[in-house]
Design a protein around this ligand. Structure first.
Ligand code: BGC
Length: 747
């Protein structure tokens, strides 16, 4: 089978061939199974009627220091030898503690697993703006994991898209902290409903892959709290996430995984996080500093726990780490294990779990629904879409559309990837469009686009040309370092499509007036050809149901309803980061660890930047077309004890059933120093033609608050706040004001 693993140093992903039989045969660990009666007698903490706190405390009281230490790092000294998973902590049968099996993650059960579903990537999930669908996705993911014997999923990822060049943006939920928080809370609830702990990652300010192990994200207190932390806070407070993964990078010079301000003061004290912090794989750099800063678990651990194994025991014995801290580390892990059902509903033990076939039709349906709901219709001139005529000739062009080529673009690369060799049945766009077209009597001709003349000939001979263009983003590198030819752009401002695809699109557009571009990208790209084509569809990395999902959208079986979670810039010179000091960072005298990326743009990333600077983007945040139209009317705002409530009427004013993501933005009084407006609420509403619905969205006091750096807490400024309601950040249809008194909130 084809399997991805990494070298230990530098964590670069390599693809290696490995026989599944040798993988399965590598380690045999028997999970403990006691009868209920025996368990209750031997392990009183197995009583499910007690609280998780009490059970964890009782169990801790029965543990030796060695047993405690064994819970704090991976058991295996080699990557992924425990049945193809990312990490493993061995069971302690005499204490009824099950194996802890940790695995990736954000778009399906991956690493060395087989027969699992390849779901759409995080950016596609988020672009649905649909928390109930995102929760269904999380449930499907948790269900697959549990049946594979995995009880800690290393998802979701919620890092904010600061620069389009970040090679991992495709794993995340876009540029807005509120949206990323809501998305992650929904996915977490789904995962944890299946007796599996979710892990929100990578905490925090982990916004680039260039120098990812050493870069210091230099970000001020206000920006950190308002932009880079809220999604994690929502994961903790609303999603009740069991685990947080600290990131590779440094934050203001201090490694994220030994940063007391981040791990203890903010996460555990301010937010009241009662679960555990694990390090990213190889992100632990010390024993006492990391443990005392608030890191609870070292992952991936070489030499049986490089820092949190024997070295931690010694540090406890010589007083460098208080035993109360080690107890706290263990209690946090046990508490999440009790709270999320790991003791009461143990995951299917290995090796049966490893053999399980979990990519059932039900999971494929979820994958398809997410892909369809996350696809964004960007342009539809003259109603070129949907393709509902009869008996057309369709030229389908581009490597990502056909046969083997689709493998390029169904998911991004790295730890989130669910490999094809893991028996993933990817439906290519060629298969999906040809099959669906046949129902209309359409004939589909495919050209891979590597010979432009062939593509042009196919386009000339057809009624419609559909051109696929893609990038191939992957963990470990930013866009221009991925080995693709991005042409002239440098690392600092590279937002264009790679490998001459712009020229291919232009050539096809000249040959056929009805050209539609479908993009499989992990984030925004420039579109120098936009005026020459009639249609543009952003399908992201859509997972294994790729061809079926795009066919539903193109032929109108599904009305597009996805909206952008990132601003698409019109030009590279419009990006909020324009200096190497901002991105990818420069060296600072006296710091030999790595470069510093200076977040000097502050709060002004994404649409906040474009609004502040008054720059027109190519496509704004929140934008996405439908085959129908929606009207907004009668917005009213009422003050509540805890903020305000906005209500408005949404009407489907067109001829097709469809869903609209109604968005609420707030403009704070000028005195606040906040960006011109910020997303603070949204709701996706499905309506039949002519149907109206009264939509009500509550806005709590945090929606009106900014971080105050003198009081180190959230404050609401006295003044009038304008509440906008609309279809995108640049298509605001209604507005109303509300005047609030000054108020100080808890941090
Ligand atoms: C990635 C994490 C992942 C972990 C385990 C790391 O390199 O940054 O996102 O969960 O590996 O595979």
């Amino acid at each position: 089978m084809l399997r991805r693993t990494r070298t230990r140093r530098g964590h670069r992903w390599l693809t290696v061939m490995m026989a599944i039989t040798s993988l399965a045969g590598a380690v045999v660990v028997l999970s403990p199974r006691l009868s209920a009666g025996a368990a209750a007698a031997q392990c009183p903490w197995m009583d499910p009627t007690q609280s998780s706190d009490r059970r964890a405390g009782e169990l801790l009281g029965a543990m030796t220091l060695d047993q405690e230490i064994s819970m704090l790092h991976s058991t295996e000294s080699t990557m992924m030898t425990y049945y193809g998973t990312a990490g493993h902590i061995a069971a302690i049968p005499q204490l009824c503690i099950p194996d802890v099996v940790l695995n990736d993650a954000g778009a399906g059960v991956g690493d060395g697993q087989v027969n699992t579903t390849a779901f759409p990537d995080g950016i596609a999930q988020a672009s649905s703006w649909d928390p109930s669908l995102q929760q269904q996705y999380g449930t499907a993911l948790g269900w697959e994991a549990w049946h594979k014997g995995i009880n800690v999923m290393l998802a979701p990822g919620v890092n904010i898209a600061r620069v389009p060049m970040n090679g991992r943006n495709f794993e995340y939920a876009g540029e807005d902290p509120y949206l990323a928080g809501q998305t992650s809370a929904a996915v977490i609830k789904g995962i944890q409903s299946q007796n599996v702990i979710a892990t929100v990652k990578h905490y925090a300010a982990n916004n680039q892959e260039t120098n990812r192990m050493t870069v210091s994200s230099d970000v001020n207190e206000r920006t950190l709290h308002e932009i880079y932390l809220p999604a994690f806070e929502t994961a903790v407070k609303q999603g009740h996430v069991g685990s947080v993964m600290c990131s590779y990078n440094r934050i203001n010079t201090v490694y994220a995984c030994e940063n007391p301000s981040m791990l203890t003061d903010i996460l555990k004290k301010e937010w009241g996080f009662s679960g555990f912090v694990m390090s990213d794989w190889g992100a632990t750099h010390s024993t006492a500093p990391a443990a005392n800063a608030g890191l609870d678990m070292e992952m991936e651990s070489y030499n049986n726990g490089q820092y949190f194994g024997a070295a931690l025991k010694t540090a406890v014995q010589n007083g460098q780490v208080p035993s109360s801290r080690v107890n706290d580390m263990v209690v946090r892990i046990l508490r999440s294990m009790f709270a999320d059902g790991l003791f009461d509903h143990p995951a299917v033990p290995e090796p049966q779990g490893f053999a399980a076939v979990v990519n059932t039709p039900a999971e494929a349906t979820v994958a398809r629904n997410v892909a369809e709901a996350g696809t964004v219709l960007l342009k539809n001139k003259d109603g070129v879409l949907p393709l509902d005529g009869i008996g057309k000739k369709i030229a389908l062009i581009g490597q990502a559309a056909g046969g083997h080529g689709a493998e390029l673009a169904y998911q991004g690369g790295g730890s989130s990837h669910v490999p094809l060799a893991g028996s993933v049945p990817v439906v290519s766009p060629q298969q999906g469009i040809t099959q669906r077209g046949a129902a209309n009597g359409d004939a589909v001709v495919y050209a891979d686009g590597t010979v432009v003349a062939d593509a042009v000939a196919a386009a000339k001979a057809s009624d419609v040309a559909i051109v696929y263009a893609n990038d191939s983003e992957a963990e470990g590198s930013d866009r221009p370092n991925l080995g693709l030819n991005y042409g002239a752009c440098g690392l600092v401002t590279c937002a264009q499509l790679p490998v001459s695809q712009d020229q291919l699109i232009e050539a096809v557009a000249q040959a056929n007036p009805n050209t539609i571009v479908v993009l499989n990208t992990g984030g925004p790209v420039l579109m120098p050809w936009l005026n020459q084509v009639k249609g543009v569809v952003e399908a992201w990395y859509p997972g294994q149901e790729d061809g079926n999902a795009i066919a539903s959208i193109l032929f109108g079986d599904v009305n597009p309803s996805g909206k952008l979670t990132q601003t698409f810039p019109a030009s590279q010179s419009d990006l909020p980061t324009q200096t190497t000091a901002q991105y990818p960072g420069t060296t600072v005298a006296g710091d030999t660890v790595g470069p510093h990326a200076t977040y000097s743009e502050g709060l002004d990333i994404g649409y906040r930047w474009y609004d502040t600077q008054n720059i027109s983007p190519l496509f704004p945040f929140g934008y996405g077309l439908s085959y129908t139209t929606f009207g907004y009317s009668n917005a009213t705002v009422t003050r509540t004890t805890n903020g305000a409530t906005v209500s408005f009427t949404l009407t489907n004013t067109g001829g097709r059933a469809g869903a609209e993501v109604a968005q609420v933005y707030i403009a704070d009084p000028a005195v606040s120093g906040e960006p011109p407006k910020q997303l603070k609420g949204y709701q996706k509403v499905s309506l039949q033609p002519g149907q109206s619905s009264r939509v009500t969205i509550p806005l709590d006091s945090r929606a009106f608050a900014r971080w105050d750096t003198s009081r180190h807490t959230w404050v609401v400024d006295k003044g009038t706040y304008t509440i906008f309601v609309g279809s995108s950040s640049r298509d605001l249809r209604q507005q109303a004001g509300v005047t609030l008194a000054a108020r100080t909130l808890a941090p």
